[in-house]
Design a protein around this ligand. Structure first.
Ligand SMILES: [Mn+2]
Length: 315
């Protein structure tokens, strides 16, 4: 039996669309509507955010609000590492996906000698850097930061010195870099990425499990395949971006993409991973209720969250 702690990160400065910081509250509302005692039963902590930067002009076009994102990395890393050190399982409810780089840093700070595997359930690769980004939005960069990857082979921008300095600091949070190796990442439902990211996927031969594969082989088999791929890792972190779900149900997220997972597929995948003892942290991210019709995206996220946590508690 594992006791959990909920870490709430209401940050949206890494996204290009406004509203993801309300995702945490939307998930709490879903829990209330379902008359669930989830948020009563588990201790929770709220990480302070830097959303005030949204009212200021953007100084770094190739890594927007990078100063604030760096602050968030430090805060999230501290909260996640302290949670792990106190023997609790961190369940991170985040706004945009940029802060997941802070989650990874926190796990590495708590367990510096352990080899960390990452299961990234997402429509996107989040492998951009300030040198390659098409949007400047930092929720597209957390995996590159964790890999200590600049992707200068595909450089299209020349960021200013201050941006580069902060990017170097972000990659080095916890004074550990790289935090993960490309062979210790498994993407699930990846289907929307740019050629600069494709270069890294191919160069490092990064494991990708497509939606079609999930459907053809079944959840049980692809979970086994993912865990086998990460068999040399001591710990595994599962990062669930709700845009991994099909756009027909994931209206309430900033960057929906068609041909994604069905609700049941995502739920079965995550529930299955949660039964593995190497899983050390779970994150749900990118719920944006301002884009939704009613509160559907948050309700789906909460259902997945509740089933996953119930499994953690019995395992
Ligand atoms: Mn993402």
């Amino acid at each position: 039996m594992r006791n959990i702690k909920v870490i709430e990160v209401r940050s949206e400065i890494g996204a290009g669309t406004r509203g993801a910081s309300l995702g945490v509250e939307a998930i709490r509302i879903a829990a209330l509507d379902f008359m669930s005692s989830f948020f009563v039963n588990f201790p929770s902590e709220q990480v302070e955010n830097e959303n005030k930067l949204l009212y200021e002009p953007v100084a770094s076009p190739y890594a927007k609000r990078i100063q604030g994102v760096y602050t968030m990395y430090e805060r999230v890393a501290k909260s996640v590492s302290e949670t792990l050190k106190s023997g609790l399982f961190p369940v991170v409810l985040a706004g945009d996906h940029s802060t997941a780089g802070g989650t990874i840093a926190g796990i590495k700070i708590a367990k510096p000698k352990n080899k960390l595997g990452v299961i990234w359930i997402d429509a996107h690769a989040d492998l951009h850097t300030p040198y390659t980004t098409p949007s400047g939005n930092m929720h597209g960069m957390p995996l590159a930061a964790s890999l200590n990857e600049d992707n200068r082979d595909n450089q299209v921008h020349s960021p200013d010195a201050q941006t580069i300095d902060l990017w170097e600091k972000i990659k080095n949070v916890g004074k550990i870099k790289p935090k993960i190796n490309p062979e210790d990442i498994v993407f699930i439902a990846l289907r929307d990425y740019e050629k600069e990211e494709e270069y890294l996927l191919k160069k490092h031969n990064i494991k990708v499990i497509t939606v079609q594969e999930v459907r053809r082989k079944g959840v049980e088999q692809v979970v086994r395949q993912a865990l086998l791929h990460l068999s040399s890792c001591d710990d595994i972190y599962v990062s669930f971006d709700v845009d991994s779900l099909d756009s027909s149900i994931s209206r309430g997220t900033g960057t929906p993409v068609s041909n994604g997972l069905r609700e049941r597929e995502a739920e079965d995948l995550i529930a299955s991973f949660m039964q593995n003892h190497k899983i050390c942290c779970f994150e749900v991210t990118e719920v944006n209720p301002t884009l939704d019709k009613e509160n559907l995206m948050a309700e789906i996220a909460f259902n997945i969250l509740q089933r996953s946590v119930n499994l953690l508690l019995v395992n």
